[in-house]
Structures are given as structure tokens and as C-alpha cells.
Design a protein around this ligand. Structure first.
Ligand code: NI
Length: 137
């Protein structure tokens, strides 16, 4: 972020009250920080809509006993090795595994990888956290 600029905003009283409650609930130190985050979130959403370079985390939970599941998940990840920065596998219990796959690439590619993993038979839970490289914020 570059130089800070101060500007005035006119808001409906009730909307401002709701916003101040939101700020309090979410532990924001100032309205400025909360507004800055809301604006940044809009730009990150745009980044994902416009297939820009971005970063994301894919979370998977699956039972590694399911036949062929682990091999399928590995095959899919190898097909996307160019956008996978790192992955971590944790054995949650005797059956269940938690995997986090960190990605950096075009958003369409990240979403494609996430949907292929999610739709693999035997995956119990899957989620994509659409983050940002932070370069354009
Ligand atoms: Ni495991």
C-alpha cells in the first residue's frame, strides 16, 4: 500500500450502526482498517473473476483406505504440478487424512484443480480458499 489518503463518507445512520457493530464483533481497531479490508476483498473477487495470477489453498479430507482414491488424488496433482507450490498431508486418525494444497497460478487453473479433487469419489470434504498474491492490493 502506498500513501494514505483521508476521505469523507456519508452513510445511512442505521447502516453505519450495523457497520460499527461488525467492526466491534470482528475486532477491527478502526473503521479505516475494516473499510480497507472490504475494498481489498472486492478486488480479490475481481482477480478471481478475471483469471488473473492468484494464490489459493485447497483443503481435502478423505479416507485413505478407499480403493484407488490416493492414487487418483496424486495423479491429478501431478497434472497441475506447475501451479502447486506445496502440499501437506496429516493423518487425522486411523482412517482420515487432511491435506492442504497451496497453489499459485491463473485462477481458472486453480479452480479446475480444486473441482477435480473435490469431485473425486471418496473425498469427504473439500474447500478452496481463494486468496491473492497480494501484488495488486
Ligand atoms: Ni494420511
Amino acid at each position: 500500500m502506498s500513501k494514505l489518503i483521508r476521505f469523507g463518507v456519508s452513510l445511512d445512520r442505521e447502516l453505519l450502526q450495523k457497520f460499527d457493530n461488525y467492526i466491534k464483533t470482528n475486532n477491527y481497531p478502526t473503521r479505516s482498517k475494516a473499510i480497507s479490508d472490504l475494498i481489498s476483498n472486492v478486488f480479490v473477487k475481481e482477480e478471481w473473476k478475471k483469471n488473473k495470477m492468484s494464490a489459493g489453498a485447497i483443503v481435502l479430507v478423505y479416507d485413505h483406505h478407499k480403493r484407488e482414491l490416493v492414487n487418483k488424488l496424486i495423479d491429478i496433482q501431478h497434472d497441475f504440478h506447475k501451479i502447486i507450490i506445496s502440499s501437506q498431508h496429516v493423518h487425522l486418525d486411523h482412517n482420515n487424512c487432511l491435506e492442504v494444497i497451496l497453489t499459485k497460478g491463473r485462477t481458472v487453473e486453480i479452480q479446475k484443480l480444486a473441482s477435480l479433487l473435490k469431485s473425486t469419489k471418496g473425498v469427504k470434504y473439500s474447500s478452496l480458499l481463494a486468496a491473492t498474491t497480494g501484488k495488486e492490493l
